[in-house]
Write a protein that binds this ligand. Structure first.
Ligand code: SF4
Length: 333
């Protein structure tokens, strides 16, 4: 017994010394407790039916199914089919809209209309305002912000895209964290359940369908399985009274093609003006290590100066959108 007590004391002292070495104080430990209390509070704020869904998942080890909902044509069709269990689309427990707070106003209006229509609850989760965070980073007011795939001059003298991290940080991770909260997991704790993420990629964009990078989440692409194209998705939305759905993407997204920029400029001048302002605000990225100016348009011109009509008319330019490069299926669907 004495030996056991001595061993316990030595362990306690070693742990205390280790904490001192690492500079961990009692207030740090209190911080951890506060964080875990906050996580619990977030969970108890969830609607009762989601706490029940979590308990059911734990009791039956059922796979939790969620829709990664972008509020564009394809993911809207996916949500409609999941509600009605049409075209073999399974019924989801929840649809999650990861909000970068930079979508066009029509997307937010459409989101509200679909939320009212859908029997499957549509949750909105957000990490914050992507543009505001990126500008703060450029001004040196924030240490880090996910990189937006803007265009800059490459070493070969041609336009080259900057690395993209925004989809993962502001969409994929946000959805996954929300699912973890529904299932009652603390951040970074080991998940003992499996979840299925339904993603709205249609047959014409099948190249974007990729497996999940998170071990306990499996991606499924029910629109591809059902052989549905973007046009089919548009018809499904129209059939249920949802028309003129705009492409779901940040208004300044550098993946937009010239036809979309032109449409925004002519049909949504206020949105275009905000995209022009974002383009200017993101020009200087020296604090992120980029010593050449960055542009949201691949012509490497300020957005307000680009002649979209000319670019569409002449075969000299690649004026298509670049959403095929967004391989996580979260933007533009
Ligand atoms: S829409 Fe564009 S800018 Fe916005 S998160 Fe997706 S890739 Fe990034």
């Amino acid at each position: 017994m004495l030996v056991a007590d001595g061993a316990a004391r030595r362990l306690h002292e070693a742990a205390r010394d280790g904490r001192k070495r690492e500079g961990i104080t009692s207030s740090h430990r209190r911080g951890r407790v506060e964080k875990s209390t906050a996580a619990k509070a977030r969970f108890t704020e969830l609607p009762v039916r989601f706490r029940a869904a979590r308990m059911e998942a734990i009791m039956t080890n059922k796979t939790f199914t969620y829709i990664s909902f972008g509020a564009g044509v394809q993911s809207s069709a996916l949500l409609i089919c999941s509600n009605l269990q049409r075209h073999g689309v399974p019924r989801a427990d929840v649809a999650i809209f990861a909000d970068t707070q930079q979508e066009m106003s029509d997307t937010y209006k459409h989101l509200e209309r679909l939320r009212d229509w859908s029997d499957i609850p549509v949750h909105v989760a957000s990490r914050g305002d992507l543009l505001k965070d990126a500008v703060n980073r450029n001004l040196g007011n924030a240490k880090r912000c996910a990189s937006i795939p803007m265009w800059t001059l490459g070493d070969n003298g041609k336009e080259a895209p900057i690395r993209r991290q925004c989809t993962r940080d502001y969409k994929v991770d946000v959805c996954e964290r929300h699912v973890r909260a529904i299932l009652g997991y603390r951040p970074k704790s080991h998940a003992r359940h499996s979840a299925t993420c339904l993603i709205g990629i249609s047959t014409d964009e099948a190249i974007r369908a990729k497996p999940s990078r998170t071990a306990w989440i499996q991606n499924q692409f029910p629109l591809i399985d059902a052989g549905l194209s973007r046009n089919d998705c548009e018809s499904i939305c129209l059939e249920h009274g949802f028309n003129n759905i705009v492409k779901s993407a940040c208004r300044f997204c550098p993946y937009r093609g010239d036809a979309e920029w032109l449409q925004m400029k002519t049909k949504y001048p206020k949105e275009f003006a905000r995209a022009v302002a974002a383009d200017k605000a993101l020009r200087d990225q020296t604090r992120s290590g980029l010593n050449r100016p960055a542009f949201v348009h691949r012509s490497l011109q300020p957005l307000e100066n680009v002649d979209f009509e000319n670019r569409i008319r002449l075969p000299l330019f690649d004026s298509d959108d670049q959403f095929g490069n967004e391989c996580e299926g979260m933007c533009g669907v």
